[in-house]
Design a protein around this ligand. Structure first.
Ligand SMILES: O=C(O)CCC(=O)C(=O)O
Ligand SMILES: [Fe+2]
Length: 314
């Protein structure tokens, strides 16, 4: 019962995935209530809305070029590149060969995880050894934008040095390269790119404005929720892969369905180094198609509220 009031998104949960309750609108009710709570929290803690805050609320995504002044960016870049190089010396950057989301592989300096062929390398920020990164993890502007989206800041220890190495889609497809939304409520993710990301490197892809709960969006969500319940009721139907995607609660979407929702086409965000990309991942997004072997290097953080129905901003 309490799972309905939690951040649980998987329809395998007996309450979240309850067929009767979903027929009378449980899923969309949770979405609308969580959205109200997020707006309420945000209003408590956001003192003033600057241009990027407004853009973020309007589009669900904002790109801030030349985010740091040169005299801060240059030593920060050196620090990040050194840490990435040291990690690579101990464990080379490799791509994956198995489908699906891999589990964490603990390393001395953090962990690796594969999304299909894509390697995600997370290197821990040790503030004593990496003072520039430590300071970046407390950046007041990004903390402010996190509050705009979720009404909450992210935790400093949730900021990582994040390298992505693109695998070969023909060998092991990456589920993050399929358009989706992360969960049923607003969450914040940011990537502060240290090096340029070109189209071939798999830039972030986002559908501007798709974080809004329009009538069309809510009816699509309702359909997806009922499809998830039907999948659970028919354990024999469909491949294991399709079943997992239907009931996992991170709904995938086709470009055709986007059009039916009157949303624009997905937009690619290739960027120069020293650029911040921050998004509400309730909006539809994906990791862009890439040439196998290319690498992205960023500082990354996220805030997915553990209590999406909390009324208190902080
Ligand atoms: O790596 C990216 O550009 C986006 C991947 C994604 O879907 C996510 O982190 O939620
Ligand atoms: Fe995602």
């Amino acid at each position: 019962m309490f799972s309905i009031l939690s951040a649980e998104k998987a329809f395998t949960d007996p309450w979240v995935g309850n067929s009767r309750l979903n027929h009378i609108g449980l899923h969309t009710l949770r979405m609308r209530a969580a959205e109200r709570c997020a707006r309420l929290r945000s209003r408590q803690v956001v003192q003033s809305m600057d241009q990027s805050s407004n853009e973020l609320l309007e589009n669900g995504v904002v790109v801030l070029e030349n985010f740091l002044p040169e005299e801060i960016f240059t030593p920060l870049k050196q620090e990040v590149e050194l840490a990435a190089h040291q990690a690579e010396k101990s464990v080379p950057l490799e791509t994956g060969t198995t489908m699906g989301f891999g589990s964490k592989i603990e390393r001395g300096w953090g962990f690796d995880r594969f999304d299909g062929g894509t390697l995600n390398r997370f290197i821990e920020i040790d503030g004593r050894r990496m003072p520039q990164c430590g300071a970046f993890a407390r950046d007041p502007r990004i903390l402010g934008l996190s509050r705009v989206i979720t009404g909450m800041p992210y935790r400093e220890n949730q900021v990582w040095l994040y390298q992505t190495k693109n695998g070969d889609e023909r060998v092991a497809p990456d589920l993050q390269k399929v358009l989706h939304r992360d969960t049923f409520f607003s969450s914040m993710k940011f990537w502060y790119y240290i090096t340029p990301v070109e189209e071939k490197d798999g830039p972030f892809v986002y559908v501007p404005g798709s974080h809004k709960l329009t009538r069309e969006r809510l009816s699509w969500e309702q359909e997806k929720a009922l499809a998830a319940c039907a999948t659970i009721a028919n354990p024999g139907a469909g491949s294991a892969h399709d079943r997992a995607l239907a009931i996992g609660g991170s709904f995938r979407i086709s470009e055709k369905a986007l059009g039916l929702m009157k949303l624009p086409r997905p937009r690619l965000y290739p960027v120069a180094g020293n650029t911040l990309v921050i998004a509400d991942t309730l909006g539809f997004h994906r990791r862009g198609d890439a040439v196998p072997g290319t690498v992205r290097l960023a500082l990354y953080g996220n805030k997915r509220p553990m209590l999406p129905f909390s009324l208190l901003g902080h």
